[in-house]
Write a protein that binds this ligand. Structure first.
Ligand code: CP
Length: 311
């Protein structure tokens, strides 16, 4: 792997000072967007290579590149419309794309795919989700949103709810939050989709307080952030296992009535019934603001990745 390139592969790579720097840059990008974008990366090309479906991640990265004056090539269905379908290895695909573009944003079905890509790439690789592994850029925008909405990340009390086994965003967000002081995490999930032991081990190593349970109501009054997630039907080994996990924790008016006035509800989206539409008008429903923040954070990441390259 070329150490001179700014790859974004996993959330553990970020130190607190890097997060501070990134969030300050993202704040600056809000102004760039407000004033119509800039031409700072005119001539640069981004490839978006998506082997799994996406709305927010792909389009916010593409928007980010456009707002910075660059252009985008790629495929939203790489499994079918890249030469992967003819048997080309991921490594060969990445070697080829490295010659056509200046940064690669990739979503893949397999854990570790972004690291494999970065190992052979001549340009920065950004992990836009690798199977049930990680989604580091989502976690960065989640943390940026918490900082904006709550005022700080130190001392935050957060319930991560739903599919904690296959939900890659909660793995990455746990790693990001481990950089902050006095964080408390309540992992709330059905029995068969508990947070993986490797995430808990990391939190133990970092001295982060956490608990695990299947009772959201009992913690709802003590949290700053309720981070709801979708039960990831597509990743379950059987329909029976999926059905065991689904329908347990619905954020609705009754649940909101238990939460503090200054708390917020986040969700990486898409949602599939786990937040009632009626919650959308509650000022604590921050998930659409969160999705918008993805643009600013991804602009900051793309800017940093491209600044490291001599074209
Ligand atoms: N949160 C998220 O990754 O959304 P998409 O799957 O739409 O990119």
């Amino acid at each position: 792997m070329n150490p001179k390139l700014y790859h974004v592969l996993g959330a553990k790579q970020f130190s607190r000072s890097e997060l501070d720097e990134l969030f300050a840059a993202a704040k600056g990008m809000e102004e760039v967007v407000r004033t119509g974008g800039n031409r700072s990366h005119q001539g640069a090309i981004m490839t978006t290579l998506f082997f799994e479906a996406s709305t927010r991640t792909r389009l916010s990265f593409e928007s980010a590149m456009s707002r910075l004056g660059g252009s985008v090539i790629g495929t939203e269905n790489a499994a079918q419309f890249s030469s992967a379908i003819k048997g080309e290895t991921l490594e060969d695909t990445i070697r080829i794309i490295s010659g056509y573009s200046d940064v690669i944003v990739m979503r893949h079905t397999e854990i570790g795919a972004a690291k494999r890509a970065a190992a052979v790439a001549d340009v920065p690789v950004i992990n836009a989700g690798d199977g049930a592994g990680e989604h580091p850029t989502q976690a960065l925008l989640d943390a940026y949103t918490i900082q904006k909405e709550i005022g700080q990340l130190d001392g935050v009390r957060i319930a991560m709810v739903g599919d904690l086994a296959y939900g890659r965003t909660v793995h990455s967000l746990s790693y990001i939050l481990a950089n902050y002081k006095d964080v408390q995490v309540f992992y709330i999930s059905p029995e068969n989709v508990r947070i993986p032991s490797y995430v808990k081990r990391y939190m133990d190593e970092k001295g982060i307080r956490y608990s695990e349970s299947g009772d959201l109501n009992s913690v709802a009054g003590d949290i700053d952030v309720l981070y709801q997630t979708r039960i990831q039907k597509e990743r379950f080994p059987s329909l029976e296992e999926y059905e065991k996990a689904s329908g347990h924790f619905i954020v609705d008016a009754e649940l909101m009535s238990l939460m503090p006035n200054k708390s917020i509800v986040l969700h990486p989206l898409p949602r599939a019934g786990e937040i009632a539409d009626s919650v959308d008008n509650d000022p604590r429903a921050a998930y659409f603001r969160q999705a918008r923040n993805g643009l600013y954070v991804r602009m900051a990441l793309v800017d940093k990745a491209l600044r490291g390259i001599n074209r």
